[in-house]
Design a protein around this ligand. Sequence first.
Ligand SMILES: [Zn+2]
Length: 93
Amino acid sequence: MTTASNDQFCPICDVPVAPMARYPRYVCAACAAKVVAPDGRPLRFFNLSLSGGFGAKYVAQDEPYDSSICYIDGVRCFADEARFGGIVIQTVS
Ligand SMILES: [Zn+2]
């Protein structure tokens, strides 16, 4: 038996994810791929460079998106630069 404290699940679709104490509500890769703006347009979040930085844009229009708030399956989330690179998206509790 594993202890419950070591289990972590995607808050959107409940699949098991790698436990990350720093990001207790981060979404899985499949859900992160479905992220949209409040108006429903698909978004992509990315690092501005290899050393970090956070950027966001509308995928279809290739226009900058000036916010970290996003939605996945109607659930309000926010994106941020992950501590060790990459982007982490978490639900807003
Ligand atoms: Zn998920």
